[in-house]
Ligand binder design. Structure first.
Ligand SMILES: NC(=O)c1ccc[n+]([C@@H]2O[C@H](COP(=O)([O-])OP(=O)(O)OC[C@H]3O[C@@H](n4cnc5c(N)ncnc54)[C@H](OP(=O)(O)O)[C@@H]3O)[C@@H](O)[C@H]2O)c1
Length: 268
């Protein structure tokens, strides 16, 4: 894996920072992309230097298509091609549907869905020239089972799962492997960074697992791509139950989340 060229979006913190560190430690050349240039430079400065060339810092707001295209042009100039694309940048929005605000809702879809699709599009010519090219899209377990208070965010992550399903068949001809990774609660700044928390109950962060665990899963997917991986068995089960018996899944989810959420009454 030494010398593989990776682009990690959302590399300035959390999961993106952890996976950038892990890939660099494994000998990858990493292009770190996010909006916060100072944070990217601080992360990049601590990475072990690759034998071939250097890492790359790409300050970019993914909600602006011209910035995505500019960043990918810089990437092409520096790396020539791309072997691993980690679409990880994302933002949360917690609000009941009855209280949704269009502006943050749009930002969630711009960042989590449109930017991911447009990054894939911009990187396609580089991936085609890549060595054993792999795309890992970071979705969430809530992409397979929507949760109350996060309908907009859950829907954006369901879209990411759907994009993965379409893309892995679309890009089979070029032999670009596409994997979807669904992390569960992870100890990052995600909940502080999310938009408009509106006093809804916080998830129990005691249960959060380290970002390094998600980073290891991304590395494993680059070595052995799989269509989709969900990181906790209880959430995996809930995703399956939601298809087989939505009512039972509602019960299981409400028990798990606690707080004021209620199981819908059956009207027979
Ligand atoms: N933490 C969890 O419990 C959890 C669970 C499941 C899935 N996830 C998913 O994991 C991914 C990473 O989240 P995290 O937990 O590591 O949270 P985080 O620490 O808040 O990281 C989010 C990253 O996305 C970047 N970003 C946000 N908007 C951007 C934009 N418009 N353009 C470019 N970069 C942007 C941020 O950088 P800048 O602010 O510098 O732009 C930051 O580097 C997200 O897709 C999230 O939905 C997280």
């Amino acid at each position: 894996m030494r010398g593989r060229r990776a682009l990690v979006t959302g590399a300035s913190s959390g999961i993106g920072e952890a996976v950038s560190r892990l890939l660099a430690a494994e000998g990858y050349r990493v292009a770190l992309l996010a909006r916060n240039r100072a944070r990217l430079e601080a992360v990049a400065a601590e990475l072990p230097r690759p034998a071939e060339g250097d890492h790359l810092v790409l300050p970019c707001d993914l909600t602006r298509v011209e910035e995505i295209e500019g960043a990918v042009r810089s990437l092409e100039g520096a790396f020539g091609g791309l072997d691993l694309l980690v679409n990880n940048a994302g933002i949360g929005y917690r609000a009941r549907v009855s209280e949704l605000d269009p502006e943050p809702l749009r930002r969630v879809f711009d960042t989590n869905v449109f930017a991911l699709l447009l990054t894939c599009k911009a990187c396609y010519p580089l991936l085609v020239r890549g060595e054993r090219p792999v795309v890992v899209n970071v979705s969430s377990v809530v992409g397979r089972r929507g949760i109350p208070g996060q309908a907009g965010y859950s829907a954006s992550k369901a879209a990411v799962c759907s994009i993965g399903e379409a893309l892995r068949v679309e890009w089979a001809e070029e032999d670009i492997a596409v994997s979807t990774l669904n992390p569960a609660l992870t100890a990052t700044g995600f909940f502080q960074n999310q938009l408009n928390p509106q006093g809804l109950p916080d998830p129990d962060l005691d249960e959060a697992r380290p970002a390094s665990e998600v980073a290891q899963a991304i590395l494993a997917l680059d070595r052995t791509p799989k269509p989709e991986v969900s990181l906790r068995w209880k959430w995996r089960l809930l995703g399956i139950l939601s298809i087989l018996s939505p009512r039972l899944a509602d019960h299981a989810l409400v028990r798990r989340l606690g707080g004021d959420w209620r199981v819908p009454r059956s009207r027979t």
